[in-house]
Design a protein around this ligand. Sequence first.
Ligand code: A2P
Length: 340
Amino acid sequence: MSDNPVVAVVGATGAVGREMLKTLEQRNFPARQVIALASARSAGSKVLFKDQEITVDELGKDSFKGVDLAIFSAGGATSEKFAPIAVESGCVVVDNSNAWRMDKNVPLVVPEVNPEALDGHRGIIANPNCSTIQMVVVLKPLHDAGTIKRVIVSTYQAVSGSGQKAVDELETQVRNLFSMKEIEPKVYPYQIAFNCLPHIDVFLENDYTMEEMKMVNETKKIMGSDQVRVTATTVRVPVFYGHCESVNIETEKKITPQEARAILSQAPGITVLDNPAEKIYPMPLFAAGEDDTFVGRIREDETIANGLNLWIVADNIRKGAALNTVQISELLVQKNLLRV
Ligand code: A2P
């Protein structure tokens, strides 16, 4: 493609969609034009891009005419229906939903981990689940150094991962609880303010949640290894922005905490914050709005020969969604892969 691409943001009024627009702007993505698409509910409303108001159009089957790249964050059903229509119109899709991630013809990409998976794409590229992205960014350099055999992860996930309505719900519940008003959970099955819900996405037949199985299956696909065994417990906590993960790994070759800190300090997209004596460790409070994935509390698992414990934090809306999508889009431009 000789000209800069025309980019459509699908779900432009949502929590991730707005961050996508912000990220395209901040990273000066070489777009000739950016168009904003959402449901009929928002048609005619405005979103901001480079200090200009863009009018939101209703997503329809003709929305992709003349569009080169569509970045989707409008839920699985919308992606399932409209991503093939976009590809049919000659557009490359980077999709943030769960709809296409495990399709064997669809690359599932974290640019720091498996950029080569983009080569030979067939029009749709999937952006992984937010919890998976921040974990694999840290796991990959350790896997290269010592071959990870097993991962045990527990997550502490912010409400923004469930969209703008969930951010509003937590805020409203906190206000109402302090004002002695009744609260009425809508997004979550129970009150989320001052609570933790060990339930993200639907429960499956094996008693795990879909979110937990996304972490298991997506990690293997991105790392390109069925040998990495992963088990997960995913929990929603009353934090607005920033997912935390307690991650235990067992490796074939021993990696000491000092070696792990040195390896991770050199790895792309990672900041090591690990000085317990100075009370330095990653927290959502400081990770929110940042691009890097933060890792700390690196210590030996003293119950096995080759084990490490890690604490990983990232902004789920940025690295977990919008930023990773834009980084994939940048790679598509650099590699001249913006064609079906
Ligand atoms: P809308 O604002 O018109 O509902 P979030 O994840 O923050 O809830 O945002 C979801 C995004 O996906 C919003 O921009 C929302 O638009 C959009 N969306 C939801 N359903 C559809 C649909 N059926 N068609 C197009 N966009 C949709």
